[in-house]
Design a protein around this ligand. Structure first.
Ligand SMILES: [Zn+2]
Length: 281
């Protein structure tokens, strides 16, 4: 932080609000620096300890699954260079949903030539971002605001531009069950609840299931780790989000990858079972 409270790393100011509540002292937050880790030979994880996005490789071409936070643009070229790739190698960005921590660098990838694809029910929010509704209306987060972990994690995300969502005006849309004509040819599995058009993507040839925020292994409010449902005040319909676990539990993937948290290698069914038991508790 500099003396005005602006983050030196991402140049974004800290003066952000959520649900009408201004964040307190900027010294409480660190700005997340994007990092890159290989998680399998053809699947790469990018982002931070808090927010993931991924690249899937197929014959030298790449599909991005989600696009992180807007602040990740600062390290995008360096991240790509670490992988021995460049922006133009990314042929498509497929978005699990329209939230600002998943769409961040999509405009820059689009400008470099990538197609951007999203479920038809989330496309309007990508064109015109706005507050979430239903069970996720911003006021429902207020009871969680006593938690230091909430401020630490949301502060970090806001410093990386979560409050300034990326807009895409000409995204292509898809529906449930489609096999997308992008590198890796993933199958779309609709998992509505977190948002109405939320989807998971199954790359069968890679043994990888990307579930976005259908569930998580890091709670962005409490910082709890391990497979669990996404926090209730952030799902537009909690009932739908829980029902949507049915759609992914029998997928035979070697690795399950989340928008938030570490990868899971012990089977999707076991992860869903843990999430369900916590939802009932
Ligand atoms: Zn998210």
């Amino acid at each position: 932080m500099d003396r005005r409270g602006n983050c030196i790393d991402c140049d974004l100011g800290y003066r952000q609000t959520y649900a009408g509540v201004a964040f307190p002292e900027p010294r409480d937050y660190d700005c997340a620096i994007a990092t890159t880790k290989d998680i399998s030979p053809r699947v790469h994880r990018l982002g931070t300890s808090l927010v993931n996005w991924y690249l899937v490789e197929e014959e030298g071409e790449l599909t991005a699954v989600d696009a992180g936070l807007p602040g990740f643009k600062k390290t995008l070229a360096a991240d790509m260079a670490m992988l021995g790739s460049e922006l133009g190698d990314i042929k498509a960005v497929i978005l699990t949903h329209s939230d600002s921590d998943h769409t961040g660098v999509a405009d820059e990838l689009h400008d470099a030539g990538a197609r951007v694809l999203i479920h038809s029910a989330d496309e309007p929010k990508l064109r015109k971002p706005g507050p979430k509704s239903g069970d996720a209306k911003p006021i429902n987060l207020v009871p969680e605001m006593w938690r230091p972990s909430f401020w630490r994690q949301f502060g970090s995300m806001l410093l990386s531009g979560a409050g300034r969502p990326t807009r895409i005006n000409d995204a292509q849309t898809f529906g449930d069950g489609e096999v997308l004509d992008v590198p890796g040819r993933p199958r779309v599995i609709a998992t509505p609840g977190h948002t109405p058009g939320h989807c998971a993507f199954y790359f069968e040839q890679h043994g990888a299931l990307f579930v976005g925020d259908a569930m998580c292994t890091l709670n962005v409010i409490t910082a709890r780790t391990g497979p669990q449902p996404f926090p209730r005040p952030m799902n537009e319909s909690n009932a739908d989000a829980l029902r949507s676990l049915d759609a992914i539990e029998s997928v035979d993937a070697e690795i399950t990858l989340f928008g938030h948290g570490e990868p899971w290698r012990d089977g999707v069914g076991a992860a869903v079972a843990q999430a369900r038991s916590l939802a009932q508790g």
